[in-house]
Design a protein around this ligand. Structure first.
Ligand SMILES: O=P(O)(O)OC[C@H]1O[C@H](O)[C@H](O)[C@@H](O)[C@@H]1O
Length: 528
């Protein structure tokens, strides 16, 4: 880890050697710059030719990855080794989508894949049975979960829902412990046609349990205890707690310790998505991810899409020093992608020490944020073009739309291409008034990456999300942190559990700091 500093210095010398991307020089130096600074796998095309980078700099980044032991660490991941050191667990989310019959799998991985497949079969049967039970009039599903137990399933359903199909399975998401959304939702649903999926790996998350209790009471109040409970399902790695909550054992689907919540979209956690999309489309989503897994494991590093995504991120974060990473899908169906990636990347790599407890002497994950294009062009793009906030922008789009409005779609893609070109070239004005010229001028030389899918299908979405998962792992290997724990989140959860009884007047708050105590006093006084 100590010698990372030497790598940053070597990479910085490349950065200093390279011409500014505003000029045509970089493109003239290499006839096929766009082709050589892009890669493609399983339908995911990555173009990073609008970065101030060239083949020699890329070779140095690849050498860094090799020096960090990337190839061995990829094998360790697929071998089911304990890559999550602080919790002594493997991270085998790839087992959720592996084809056990055809792949040379390590024993631990094969066992995991066998369990995953049995659960998927259970999900398939359940989907058929439930869809059959409610028939053509359909039904409502309330998906209750937070973080990894919500973001992936929601992204996936909203991305893949066929736009013109009547929604016979209507999925609603409840995550926040703020009860306004659940309260509002219940006013419009019929309990006899509503199922509730409580999704929580730990089955100990305050938000999910609080919303679960509200929904359980609602079902029981309208349908009676026994029938009400028949509408309640749990997906969890802690079935004991789910049963204690009142969910019958045959309505509990498993999760496992070897899958992190933010890597769990491929599992029964997505039951609500499977109910809405049908099992076959979900299976295709898994096949796309499996194709990306094979690519990640076998493709040479220089053509390896997740590896290149990671290295471009290292380049902008550690060499160029950009603290912001703005993700902008030009596709409304991908509107939840920034939120999903925010958890995937920031919860995985928002760390400052190595598994050995040593401080990392370089920055790790950037601030990931974003929103959908072209809408956000009219909100935050001004700051991307002329503000001092230093960001790399990542554009994501599907070439073919799922609608027939070709003009709109061309306009959408034209806007995306225009934004990346504008960030690169900037604008020099020839206004006579120097004050006006200075204000109208756009500096340019701002990097962006573009990810293109041929179309947004279950397969390409699966491949895209798997590529992001692997990108995160590669970056963790290079940065030297554990991508699979989240002790910082745990701290907040513990303190909330500590403050709750004080707020309820059931415990003494004298151990709390004066600022917190003052606000508690104010809240108690106002609530009466
Ligand atoms: O699935 P659960 O156990 O309810 O956890 C839900 C979420 O809780 C926390 O926020 C964790 O940091 C997340 O990684 C997790 O996805």
């Amino acid at each position: 880890m100590a010698d990372r500093q030497l790598w940053w210095e070597k990479l910085l010398s490349h950065w200093q050697r390279l011409a500014d991307i505003r000029t045509a020089q970089l493109f003239q130096e290499h006839a096929d710059r766009p082709g050589s600074l892009s890669a493609e796998a399983a339908g995911v095309r990555l173009d990073f030719s609008k970065h101030k980078i060239d083949q020699a700099a890329l070779s140095e980044l690849l050498a860094l990855a090799t020096d960090a032991g990337l190839c061995e660490r990829i094998e360790a991941l697929f071998a089911g080794e304990l890559v999550n050191q602080s919790e002594q667990r493997p991270a085998m989310h790839m087992a959720l989508r592996a084809r056990i019959d055809q792949e040379a799998l390590a024993p631990a991985f094969r066992d995991a894949a066998t369990l995953a497949q049995a659960t998927l079969l259970q999900c398939r049967a359940l989907v058929e049975q439930i869809r059959g039970r409610f028939g053509a009039d359909g039904f409502d599903v309330i998906h209750v979960g937070i973080g990894g137990s919500e973001l992936g399933p929601k992204l996936c359903l909203e991305a893949l829902r066929a736009p013109r199909e009547p929604q016979t399975v209507r999925v609603h998401y409840v995550s926040n412990v703020d009860a306004h959304p659940v309260d509002h939702l219940l006013a419009n649903l019929k309990p006899e046609r509503t199922l509730v999926c409580l999704v929580s790996k730990s089955f100990g998350t305050q938000e999910t349990l609080a919303n679960g209790r509200i929904l359980q009471a609602w079902l029981q109040q309208h349908l009676g205890v026994e029938r009400g409970n028949q509408h309640l399902f749990a997906i969890t790695a802690n079935p004991r707690r789910a049963e204690a909550f009142g969910i019958s054992a045959d309505q509990i689907l498993p999760m496992w310790d070897w899958v992190g919540g933010r890597y769990s979209v491929w599992s029964a956690v997505s039951l609500s998505t499977m109910l809405a999309l049908g099992f076959e489309r979900f299976a295709e989503f898994l096949r796309g991810a499996a194709a990306m897994d094979t690519h990640f494991r076998t493709a040479p590093l220089r053509q390896n899409v997740p590896v290149l995504m990671a290295l471009v991120g290292i380049w902008t974060r550690n060499v160029q020093g950009l603290p912001g990473h703005c993700v902008v899908p030009y596709d409304d169906r991908l509107r939840y992608l920034p939120a999903f990636l925010q958890q995937l990347e920031m919860e995985s790599n928002g760390k400052s020490v190595s598994p050995a407890g040593q401080a990392l002497l370089h920055p790790t994950v950037p601030i990931l944020w974003g929103g959908v294009g072209s809408t956000t062009q009219h909100a935050f793009f001004q700051a991307l073009h002329q503000g001092e906030l230093a960001n790399v922008v990542e554009f994501v789009a599907a070439i073919k739309p799922a609608h027939a409005h070709a003009d709109s779609h061309r306009a959408l893609l034209a806007n995306m291409l225009a934004q990346s070109a504008a960030l690169m070239h900037g604008r020099i004005t020839n206004d006579a008034d120097p004050a006006l010229a200075a204000q109208r001028e756009c500096p340019g030389d701002r990097p962006s990456t573009t990810i293109l899918l041929p179309e947004l299908t279950p397969f390409t979405l699966g491949a895209l999300l798997a590529a992001y998962e692997h990108k995160v792992y590669v970056q963790a290997v290079i940065w030297g942190n554990n991508a699979f724990d989240q002790w910082g989140v745990e701290l907040g959860k513990q303190l909330a559990d500590d403050i709750l009884p004080v707020l309820a007047g059931q415990a003494d708050g004298s151990h709390l700091d004066a600022s917190t105590a003052q606000m508690i006093a104010r809240i108690r006084e106002t609530l009466g």
